[in-house]
Design a protein around this ligand. Structure first.
Ligand code: NAD
Length: 324
């Protein structure tokens, strides 16, 4: 039986990954500061603790794991990473987690480790045109991420690659582009655009209005969590070491995203554009490399993933309103 360690197993992607690995029949240890918020963990073993502590990291890597998925990070949506207020914590906490986990895995001779990087490490200067951003993997340098979150991801990518070069670790690096789905942050200040917009639409009365940060013309693409897990597992088990985009290339503006959610909800709402943190003007995944190396591309249209996500967030909103 394959033994797998999932760091960040109390978070959105990590909790979904634990479920997926259990369905495959793996023995799974999850680790996080907290248990998953929205469903019971399915991990065989779950260690609650702080991965900034090197002793804790050594303790949890007390056997040789066949695969390690490293999702733990101090992160959130635009309201968390682009205001500047959390920069020190984001850089310090996430860098420590990655430094400690690599050292602990190396000591225990655990070789295969996946690292969840982000499209936020790409240079801002290639993402100024909302209709034509450049996010091919080889466009990363000269580096100029637009946030400290992106700089930490870039530093950690380099750290993982150094452990590959010097110690023969089988590191795999996925650059995630806006992963979304049920059972993620939706109202705690760390939620991302799809969850935030689903919540706003679910809470609004038909004929009312919702707020959109910025002019709504900024573009993004969004990948449903199940597709992200499939690509992540394929990459981890492949023999390709370089960083790879894991995202969708169905690019939409934030206004278009809001309109899709309104259609799902059957509500007609006005969009009120207000100042707020927005990040780069344009971003979508370039999937040329992942198709070439893994023969994989996402297959679920954005609207399908949004339906599942809206349904779940609407239930959360109704339940929370029922409690008031
Ligand atoms: P998340 O915030 O839901 O999960 C991260 C988890 O890490 C949380 O449960 C948190 O408690 C845990 N954690 C933080 N600090 C810790 C510590 N010191 N010790 C132990 N656990 C700690 O985020 P997510 O959306 O599941 O993202 C997972 C990974 O993917 C992150 O590295 C993130 O940067 C990356 N990523 C996500 C997206 C996305 O759209 N969700 C996009 C790009 C990159």
């Amino acid at each position: 039986m394959k033994k797998v360690l999932v760091c960040g197993a109390g978070g959105f992607i990590g909790a979904h990954m634990v479920k997926r690995l259990k369905r495959e029949g793996c023995w799974v240890r999850g680790v996080d500061l907290k248990f998953p918020e929205f469903a019971e963990t399915e991990a065989d073993d779950f260690a609650v603790g702080d991965l900034r502590d090197p002793d804790f990291c050594r303790d949890i890597v007390d056997m040789r794991f066949d695969e390690v998925y490293q999702f733990a990070a101090d992160m959130g949506g635009a309201g968390y990473v682009f205001t500047g207020e959390n920069d020190a914590n984001i850089m310090h906490n996430s860098a420590l987690i990655n430094l400690n986990m690599l050292e602990a895995c190396h000591r225990r001779n655990t070789k295969r480790i996946f690292y969840s990087s982000s499209a936020c490490m790409y240079p801002e200067y290639n993402q100024t045109d909302p209709d034509n951003p450049n996010l091919s993997e080889d466009s990363a340098y000269p580096a100029q991420p637009d946030s400290e979150y992106g700089w930490e991801k870039l530093f950690s990518e380099r750290l993982y690659l150094a452990f590959h070069r010097n110690y023969g670790m089988e590191v795999r690096i996925g650059r995630y582009h806006n992963i979304f789905g049920p059972e993620g942050s939706w109202n705690d200040g760390r939620e991302k655009a799809p969850a935030a917009l689903c919540r706003k639409v679910a809470m609004a009365e038909d004929g009312g209005e919702i707020e959109i940060w910025g002019d709504g013309k900024q573009t993004r693409s969004f990948l449903y969590v199940d597709e992200c897990l499939e690509a992540t597992i394929r990459l981890t088990r492949s023999d390709w070491t370089g960083p790879v985009n894991i995202g969708s290339d169905e690019m939409v503006s934030i206004d278009e995203l809001a309109k899709m959610i309104m259609k799902i909800a059957g509500k007609n709402l006005k969009l009120k554009h207000v100042p707020g943190p927005t990040g780069v003007r344009g971003r979508t995944s370039d999937n040329t490399l992942i198709e070439q190396k893994l023969g994989w591309r996402p297959s679920m249209p954005l609207i399908e993933g949004l339906k599942k996500t809206y349904e779940w967030i609407n239930e959360q909103v109704q339940a929370s309103q029922g409690r008031q």
